[in-house]
Design a protein around this ligand. Structure first.
Ligand SMILES: [Zn+2]
Ligand SMILES: [Zn+2]
Length: 385
């Protein structure tokens, strides 16, 4: 019987909700009952997060919805930035100034407001669903969430603009909350991934302080502290033990030397899986199936997944359309071996948080039930920050 991740981080005899350290994804384990999200995402039409009933009320909301839908469709950050920037500008206006500028047609005199965003604001202020948003939402009937998607309470792998994401942590958290999540793990990159602006130990400490502050505001929703830590060539992790020990969620991923031969790659991955801080093995093959593509790394998958099972490390089902990692044959193997899974969006923008739908559908195709997916778990209601 595989050990559930997180058990090891709870003191026996102290009951639910008491962790040996303040954090740990194992905090997700203890309310593993029916999902009772206060945000009731099960009622949300898939693909249209909390959409039309609010349309036409708030220009800021409309601009952010457009950004969300663009991100969800995989649009590059530069295409989305104008809408998020415009939302910030409008949010800073008094209702009187906004009304005056809409009437006078002077919105475009504001820095950050262009023709498209001015039209969205004007239509929203007039009580209409902006045409731009209508086009993005499309006219088809939304699909119902799958059983696994309906049971999801959070996301273990996301990025903010502290590393290579496009939005600040608060914006990511609010989008996650609006999707019905109870929690989201913020897992920005580690120091040696300089191309992704990985966080130094000092920057990670500063981010932990920010998360503590944001969680006061966002409660009962919670941002779990975390990291997507590089698995270095020798299998060690690219952050200090002391800091890794403070985090709720440690996703360990290979980002370098992806082409090393199978034997040393297997040893490298297993060393990372055995690290007591590792919670999730991120995108295990590193393959890319879009654009120029990248072949999967070679390793002894049976040995790696067995180590995951035996060390309570969840195998990530990465939702990113260009990754879909692990590939089918390896996902089937991980299921057979008896692994736990984390269905993760690896979102780099708020709208990408909605990619959970695709990952859940894929997991269900492989017979992965709710009991094997750590995202279906809740966080302790109290006593943990
Ligand atoms: Zn990664
Ligand atoms: Zn990532």
């Amino acid at each position: 019987m595989p050990r559930l991740p997180g058990i090891r981080r709870f003191r026996p005899g102290q009951g639910c909700g008491v962790a040996t350290r303040p954090f740990g994804i194992r905090t997700l384990i203890i309310q593993n009952g029916p999902a009772v999200s206060p945000f009731a995402h099960a009622a949300r039409p898939a693909g249209r997060p909390a959409a039309r009933k609010l349309a036409g009320v708030d220009p800021v909301w409309a601009l952010r919805q457009i950004a969300f839908q663009l991100e969800r469709s995989g649009a590059p950050t530069y295409r989305v930035r104008a809408f998020r920037r415009a939302a910030e500008v409008v949010a800073g206006l008094s209702p009187a100034e906004l009304d005056g500028r809409v009437r006078a047609g002077t919105l475009r005199q504001l820095p950050g407001i262009g023709e498209a965003t001015a039209q969205v604001i004007t239509q929203a202020a007039a009580g209409q669903e902006p045409e731009y948003l209508t086009r993005l939402l499309g006219g088809g009937a939304p699909a119902s969430p799958t059983a696994l998607r309906a049971a999801m309470r959070g996301d273990c792998h996301t990025h903010s603009d502290w590393s290579d994401g496009g939005s600040p942590p608060l914006e990511m958290a609010v989008a996650a909350r609006d999707l019905g999540h109870e929690w989201v793990a913020l897992t920005d990159h580690s120091p040696r991934l300089t191309v992704a602006n990985g966080l130094s130990a000092d920057r990670l400490r500063a981010q932990l302080e920010l998360i503590t502050e944001l969680n006061v505001t966002l409660a009962p929703f919670r941002i779990l502290s975390g990291i997507e830590v590089d698995i270095l060539e020798d299998g060690s992790l690219d952050q200090t033990d002391e800091l890794l020990g403070q985090l709720n969620v440690v996703v360990a991923s290979v980002h370098s030397q992806l082409r090393m031969p199978s034997a040393p790659m297997t040893a490298r991955m297993i060393a990372a899986i055995r690290n007591p801080h590792t919670d999730v093995l991120g995108h295990c093959t590193g393959r890319l199936i879009a654009g120029r593509g990248r072949p999967p790394s070679e390793f002894d998958a049976a040995a790696v997944f067995t180590a995951c099972r035996d060390h309570g490390v969840a195998v990530e089902v990465n939702c990113r359309p260009e990754r879909q990692d692990p590939p089918d044959d390896l996902l089937r193997l991980a299921v057979e071996i008896g692994c736990l899974f984390a269905v993760d969006t690896d979102a780099h923008a708020p709208g990408q948080l909605d990619w959970l739908d695709g990952g859940c559908a894929r997991a269900e195709q492989f017979g992965i039930g709710q009991d094997r997916v750590i995202n279906t778990r809740g966080t302790p209601a109290a006593g943990v920050n």
